[in-house]
Design a protein around this ligand. Structure first.
Ligand code: F6P
Length: 546
């Protein structure tokens, strides 16, 4: 990454923006009937349409130059080669190894990690299938009907999202996910479950996360209360990179599934953290999920930057974040079963790139990760699309849609698809005042009323979005989509020159929480407690007494 070439690339993009300020996408589409073909990419049945963006071919060339100047390809190759690119923790970042189906070795410190990856995957598969078949059963011999994953962050969001997304493929054992230490989360989940038919998975890379350990202890109490202490080994499994701590909880070694420290939490759904997914959809489908991720890896690893789906998505994100100053990015999956997809990508993106210093510790000189948010369509249209269309903030959005729904209810799919396409078109086209006036004349409004309402009914348009279209939301497609966003995040971090694989920013809040925990119970707060926190503690205790 050469500083002068990188600065030059950014400066060219900033200058290039000026040439587009007065250009409206509707005019670009009118002038170029091939715009869709020009600005779309395919990988199998997965289509990325990025034609509804404020770009020209020249824009894309400058963005690709930016990636080149930032050394994206070299950093990508370093990741795939197992180099310690997570410099602050001196670790590799090798989630791609977890889904590596190429047969190629992947070396960390000169040692091929694939034999261990494959062995763990085989153990996960065997355990999942044994639970599904009843070969592994409860302490009293009952077949498990429910598996409860106790984890948070990357030990929850990925598998929970995937189980929801792939519920058409879920059969036999019901998967539940408890993450919040708020006691209702565990209580509400266990309320309808039978202890003798419930398996718990304690999922924690560190096996120290307070919320997860608290939930695990309470779940253990629930089980012991029903079946006795002797039932624990039959009703618990653990996923952790700290097997010694898992054993300390009373979980037998053959039910502890490990993963290495070069798997980041937010990248761990592909590891044994995916055990609840494998139990829910079966090992064969889980391997299809892995294969989809691997297919995207090979595309990312080999496709030229300008024809590389994650690279294009990353560069467009940089264009809006750092040249147009867009503070947020919206994810709108037009699929109710992807309701948790934005939440997973939130952690993936914001915990990876929500950084303020570069790899060498120097402060970044431009904005890094945007706020990632989103909700399924078409619901968002009835909640926040007002802002997307007529707000003062421009929010680049990703629309996601399957052509073939898992559940086909007559007119529903056509209405969903027309809304997905119609919304992205409306964001792009907008509505001029003349068009607004014509519409109100057609409604029969009086001229004075038309004059009064016209400013309110103009849509500026020129609001960018990408659309990801695919045949079905099957395991392989979900794998491709998740890996696509992982590599998008990677490319953006590489251009910003930050460490996308550590997360020091989560420590301070935890430290303060631990320091205040005794005070919640009535002890004197720490001496350095500010008056707001002290006031809240006092008010909290007063409310608890009333
Ligand atoms: O606190 C943030 C975090 O460390 C995430 O990075 C991680 O996914 C989550 O907490 C859970 O961590 P663990 O899997 O170690 O319990």
């Amino acid at each position: 990454m050469s500083g002068s070439a990188l600065d030059l690339a950014w400066n060219r993009l900033a200058a290039h923006r000026a040439t587009l300020e007065a250009v409206h996408m509707r005019d670009q589409f009118a002038a170029d009937p091939d715009r869709f073909q020009r600005f779309s990419l395919r990988l199998g049945d997965l289509l990325l349409d990025y034609s509804k963006h404020r770009i020209t071919a020249g824009t894309m060339a400058l963005l690709v130059d930016l990636a080149g100047a930032a050394g994206v390809e070299a950093r990508r190759d370093a990741m795939f080669a197992g180099e310690r690119i997570n410099v602050t923790e001196d670790r590799a970042a090798l989630h791609v190894a977890l889904r590596n189906r190429s047969g190629r070795p992947i070396l960390v410190d000169g040692q091929d990690v694939m034999p261990e990856v494959d062995a763990t995957l085989a153990r996960v598969g065997a355990f999942a299938e044994a639970v599904r078949s009843g070969t592994i059963a409860g302490a009293r011999g009952d077949r498990f009907t429910d598996v409860v994953n106790l984890g948070i962050g990357g030990s929850d969001l990925g598998p929970a999202m995937a189980v929801a997304a792939l519920c058409s493929y879920c059969e036999g054992v019901n998967a539940h996910f408890v993450s919040n230490v708020h006691s209702a989360h565990l209580r509400d989940t266990l309320a309808g479950l039978a202890p003798e038919r419930t398996l718990f998975i304690v999922a924690s890379k560190t096996f120290t996360t307070l919320e997860t350990m608290t939930n695990a202890r309470s779940a253990r109490d629930w089980l012991v209360g029903a079946l006795g202490e002797g039932a624990v080994p039959s009703h618990f499994a653990a996923v952790s990179s700290n097997p010694a701590r898992a054993a300390g909880f009373g979980i037998p070694g053959d039910r502890v599934f490990g993963f290495r420290d070069w798997v980041g939490g937010r990248y761990s759904v592909w590891s044994a953290i995916g055990l609840p997914l494998a139990i829910a959809i079966g090992f064969d489908r889980f391997r299809e999920f892995l294969a989809g991720g691997h297919e995207m890896d090979e595309h990312f690893r080999t496709a030229p930057l300008g024809r590389n789906m994650p690279v294009i998505m990353a560069l467009l994100g940089l264009w809006y974040r750092d040249v147009w100053g867009c503070a947020t990015h919206g994810l709108m999956p037009y699929d109710q079963r992807l309701a948790r997809f934005p939440a997973h990508i939130q952690q993936l993106d914001m915990e990876s790139n929500g950084k303020r210093v570069r790899l060498d510790g120097s402060p970044v000189d431009r904005a890094t990760a945007p706020v990632i948010w989103g909700e399924p369509g078409s619901n968002g249209q009835h909640a926040f699309f007002q802002l997307l269309h007529q707000g003062t903030e421009v929010v680049p959005c990703d629309f996601l849609l399957a052509a073939e729904p898992d559940v086909d209810l007559g007119p529903h799919q056509a209405i969903l698809a027309s809304n997905c396409f119609g919304q992205s078109e409306a964001l792009m086209r907008g509505r001029t005042e003349a068009e607004a006036r014509r519409a109100m004349e057609a409604e029969g409004l009086a001229p004075a009323e038309i004059d009064r309402l016209a400013p309110h009914r103009v849509f500026p348009g020129n609001r960018p979005s990408s659309t990801l279209l695919y045949r079905r939301l099957d395991p392989a497609t979900l794998g491709r989509l998740v890996a696509l966003y992982e590599h998008k995040v990677f490319v953006q971090g590489a251009v910003w020159g930050i460490d996308s694989f550590d997360q020091w920013g989560v420590e301070l809040g935890k430290e303060r929480a631990s320091a205040l925990l005794p005070a919640i119970g009535g002890s004197t707060p720490p001496a350095d407690t500010d008056c707001s926190t002290a006031g809240l503690l006092a008010a909290y205790r007063a409310l608890r007494r009333e």
